[in-house]
Design a protein around this ligand. Structure first.
Ligand code: LLP
Length: 431
């Protein structure tokens, strides 16, 4: 995985840093991110557009992992930023991210959130529904400001991990339906309002997708509609945003395709479709989250208690769990892991990795082949960079772990470990 390897001491290393030293310096559980790999992923997407001379924006979907340092890294790499809440927007602004490259998403943005976005002159708002359109309209009028918008449409395609389904009338809480005319009504309404600059259209078909088919189908549906709107309304979209969802390898069963492949296929299809309909080639925007940060992150845990259920299984417990990685409990997500002091040792037993939360469902990995565990073992779980820290929580009042970035043999802490004081910071006494 990434720049993980084995160093002279025989320990797992990442970004040229010994993972055991990391646990000594920063404690466990610990999220560790390989900065070089995140840069490589970002450049992979960007270059794929640049190579073909296509105007584009690659917006990092910060829901995957949002912290000040991460947002700054995205800015260094020339990415745009997708935020979905006042909190993510605040983080972006606190990190000094250029507001004009921020896109604001969400199906229920509040008045305060929209005002914050307008006051900070962010790049665009992805309008999700009629309620929001009216709300945004009234705020624009009140403040007498203009705003760039994209309309989020649901093209009636839903991608699942290994396939996609066509759903006639999309049953989704997000966006304007393309098939039943909602999207057209939304467009007409938006075009009539002088404070809106309608840049174009957005769709997002799913997450952890391993094929280009769904993206191409979505592009087809939208471009066909764009052609109709050009004829009927004289409206030509400048931007086509196809969302995120590019899959990554969590385990050997996953077979991701390179970012450049998604991008070149999408460009090819949109070029073909637009020229068939005599439309101008729009800017292509995408919003990868997981694929920029997922496989760059690992989590280091201290191994603690073990329990044998004779003839059934052996449980090995670590000092974290669903509080720092809720994905196995929530989605039955699968991960791979090694013992950081002997990453290459031959496995001679099968263990199931339990978290420490008071809940039977708090299992990180079922049936993991591992070498025999000795004293003081550290378990390294791979591919925890996306939706790990960002979905972490304080269940059982477990403090959130620290986050460390590693690059060129150097470790930099980017999020401090939560303390017990932090946990009661917002609590008020009974009297
Ligand atoms: N754009 C939009 C509008 C989205 O809703 C999402 C993800 C993305 C971009 C980024 O998708 P990505 O490239 O990361 O797949 N918590 C779940 C994933 C939820 C994704 C929600 N939307 C998980 O841990 O798998």
């Amino acid at each position: 995985y990434g720049t993980t390897g084995v160093n002279k001491a025989g320990n797992l290393e990442i970004g040229g840093v010994d993972t055991i030293e990391l646990t000594r310096d920063f404690g466990t559980p610990l999220y560790v991110y390989d900065v070089a790999l995140m840069r490589e992923r970002a450049r992979g997407f960007k270059h794929a557009f640049e190579e073909q001379n296509i105007n584009s924006q690659v917006a990092y979907a910060s829901k995957a992992f949002s912290t000040v340092a991460m947002v700054q890294l995205a800015e260094e790499e020339g990415l745009s930023l997708d935020v979905v809440s006042g909190g993510e927007l605040y983080t972006a602004l606190a990190a000094g991210f250029p507001p004009e490259r921020i896109h604001f998403h969400g199906n229920n943005k509040s008045k305060e959130e929209l005002e914050m976005a307008l006051d900070n002159r962010i790049g665009c708002i992805v309008v999700d529904n009629f309620f929001e359109m009216e709300l945004l309209k009234s705020i624009c009028q009140e403040k007498n400001v203009k705003v760039n918008i994209l309309l989020r449409v649901t093209p009636g395609i839903e991608a699942h991990t290994h396939d996609y389904i066509l759903t006639g009338q999309e049953d989704s809480k997000f966006g304007f339906d393309l098939q039943n005319g909602q999207a057209g009504t939304a467009l007409i309404t938006a075009l009539q309002f002088e404070h809106f600059e309608v840049l174009g259209l957005h769709c997002h078909i799913g997450s952890q997708i391993f094929e280009t088919t769904g993206f191409l189908l979505a592009a087809k549906k939208i471009v066909e509609q764009m052609a109709v709107w050009k004829n009927e309304l004289g409206f030509e979209a400048k931007v086509l945003n196809l969302g995120g969802g590019f899959g990554i390898r969590y385990t050997k069963e996953d077979e991701p395709i390179p970012p450049s492949h998604y991008v070149s296929e999408i460009i090819k299809e949109v070029k073909k479709l637009t020229s068939q309909s005599s439309l101008k080639m729009p800017e292509i925007w995408i919003e990868p989250g997981r694929s920029l940060v997922g496989d760059a992150g690992i989590t280091l845990y201290q191994v603690g208690s073990s329990k044998d259920v004779p003839g059934v299984r052996k449980y090995l417990a670590v000092d974290g769990g669903m509080s720092d990685n809720i994905r196995p409990a929530l989605y039955q997500a699968k991960y791979e892991a090694v013992l950081a002091k002997k990453p290459l040792a031959r496995a001679n037993e099968t263990v199931s990795i339990a978290g420490k939360c008071c809940e039977s469902g708090d299992m990180l990995i079922w049936d993991l082949p591992l070498p025999e565990t000795g004293e003081d073992e550290i378990l390294a779980v791979f591919c925890t960079g996306a939706y790990g820290y960002s979905m972490s929580n304080n269940y059982n009042r477990i403090p959130r772990p620290a986050v460390v970035f590693v690059e060129n043999g150097k470790a930099t802490q980017v999020v401090k470990r939560e303390t017990y004081e932090d946990l009661v910071r917002l609590d008020l006494p009974l009297k």
